[in-house]
Design a protein around this ligand. Structure first.
Ligand code: IMP
Ligand code: MG
Length: 174
């Protein structure tokens, strides 16, 4: 039982776009080692595929888990760290990997935290961008797809922890 799901972005479109993004990133980080930092749990699916496509530059990976206080489908802006990075990022070229940037509050909090640890560079890469809901301005360097103001699931994105494993991006119909 999976409910009624309308496909927004197909598996093929996602895979194609991730390869394009990897080419762009490989070019921008030419002669550099990049550290991908994935925000658990949603970014895992995107990050794994992106990392595999980044076959021209050396890549390391780490993860961070944060939680926002308040309702599950709405970010209150108060964020707390549930799992911090395993390693320091000083002098590293850090690329933050997110599943979706919605209000921008989560990524802004993480950006602030990590900027204080003196990375050589710090950029943001997101599979999805929902700019209509933005509350704070965030500098996004790489965007997979810009989507309308709809609650999406799949490819890492959940509704109440379900549907993360869908290989495509969909919208749940009521
Ligand atoms: P922000 O702090 O509002 O930018 O929210 C970012 C987080 O909210 C994402 O990492 C997701 O976990 C969650 N989120 C925002 N929009 C959606 C959506 O449409 N589907 C599933 N999760 C979402
Ligand atoms: Mg998330």
């Amino acid at each position: 039982m999976t409910g009624d799901i309308k496909t927004l972005i197909t598996e093929h479109e996602i895979n194609k776009r991730i390869r394009e993004m990897a080419q762009l990133i490989s070019h921008d980080y030419h002669n550099k080692q990049v550290k991908l930092i994935g925000i658990l749990k949603g970014a895992v699916f995107f990050m794994v595929d992106l990392a595999k496509a980044l076959n021209e530059i050396p890549v390391t990976m780490d993860f961070m888990d944060v939680s926002s206080y308040g309702a599950s489908t709405c970010t209150s802006g108060e964020v707390r760290v549930l799992k911090d990075l395993d390693e320091p990022i000083e002098n590293e070229h850090v690329l933050l990997v997110e599943d979706i940037i919605d209000t921008g509050l989560t990524i802004r909090f993480i950006l602030k935290q990590l900027a204080g640890r003196n990375p050589a560079s710090l950029k943001i890469c997101t599979l999805l961008d929902k700019p209509s809901r933005r509350e704070v301005e965030v500098p996004i360097d790489y965007i997979g797809f810009t989507i309308p103001n709809e609650f999406v699931i799949g490819f890492g994105l959940d509704y109440d922890q379900r549907y993360r494993n869908l290989p495509y991006i969909g919208v749940l119909s009521e």
